[in-house]
Design a protein around this ligand. Structure first.
Ligand SMILES: NC(=O)c1ccc[n+]([C@@H]2O[C@H](COP(=O)([O-])OP(=O)(O)OC[C@H]3O[C@@H](n4cnc5c(N)ncnc54)[C@H](OP(=O)(O)O)[C@@H]3O)[C@@H](O)[C@H]2O)c1
Length: 250
């Protein structure tokens, strides 16, 4: 048991109801972490959390709120501090994607995407940093995207939000490094989740040609990269944007 990579670590993962976030929670629990798993739909993670807790002899604790609700976020970090006295890892995973060509971008769309993908990420990072500073150790992992680096037609707003996450990651790593807090991002490529499948079969087929490894990725593969960044295996790694994209960008 003691060889588990996250044994006893206190972890908070946002957007854990499905897709990448769900697999990160499973992977981290299997490595012995005590995981606070966030999602919006109240009650939806109750039985699943119990199942995972039993299976891996740990605790998976659901926390239900919308990440854009700053008072609920604050309450959650206070609760973690009260219950665990520390936080070791934050995974800022919750995100939304909506496409619009440049001529069709509305202010509402910009606001909606930036509130979830950027403002909530900054807010959660700030709250986590306050807790981690006391212990002078911590790992913060943000979910960026290859489109945040390379752009993509129809995704000006989404790609700008993910580019902001990459820039935030580097700045926060510079600011928080002296406090022992590492900040990294993962830039997934095309990963088989509801979000990616929402683009439709035609676009998915067109993407395949870009991917050097010849297939789309799985959420488990992002969970594995997250495990590396969360654990001591990456203890000398900070400020990095780790592409996990099967070679879509080289
Ligand atoms: N899949 C890809 O190819 C890909 C590529 C690059 C980057 N990413 C990034 O990876 C992350 C996860 O993506 P995914 O593919 O797993 O997406 P997904 O299948 O759509 O799942 C998104 C998760 O985020 C949650 N979420 C969204 N808005 C939220 C909010 N306001 N408050 C709380 N939870 C919220 C969703 O919860 P609900 O069930 O309540 O909606 C869901 O659990 C995102 O940041 C995404 O931008 C994904």
């Amino acid at each position: 048991m003691n060889s588990r990579l996250l044994e006893g670590k206190i972890v908070f993962v946002t957007g854990a109801s499905r897709g990448i976030g769900r697999r990160i929670v499973e992977r981290f629990a299997s490595e012995g972490a005590i995981v606070y798993a966030n999602c919006r739909n109240v009650g939806s993670l109750d039985s699943y959390s119990k199942e995972l807790s039993q299976k891996h002899s740990t605790e998976v604790i659901p926390v239900y709120y919308d990440v854009t609700d700053s008072s609920k976020s604050k309450e959650t970090f206070s609760r973690i501090m009260k219950e665990q006295k520390r936080l070791d890892v934050l995974v800022n995973n919750a995100g939304i994607m909506e496409d619009a060509l440049i001529g069709m971008i509305s202010f509402d769309l910009m606001q909606k995407i930036f509130e979830t993908n950027v403002f909530a990420v900054i807010n959660h990072l700030q709250l986590a940093a306050r807790l981690m500073r006391r212990a002078r150790i911590g790992s913060i992992i943000n979910l960026s995207s290859i489109v945040g680096v390379n752009g993509n037609p129809g995704q000006s707003v989404y790609s700008a939000s993910k580019g902001a996450v990459a820039a935030l990651t580097k700045t926060a790593a510079k600011e928080l490094g002296p406090d022992g807090i590492r900040v990294n991002a993962i830039a997934p490529g095309m990963i088989d989740t509801d979000m990616y499948r929402s683009i439709g079969e035609d676009k998915m087929a067109a993407h395949l040609g870009m991917i050097k490894l010849g297939r789309i990725g799985t959420p488990e593969e992002i969970a594995d990269a997250s495990l590396f960044l969360a654990s001591d295996l990456s203890r000398y790694v900070t400020g990095q944007i780790l592409g996990v994209d099967g070679g879509a960008i080289i």
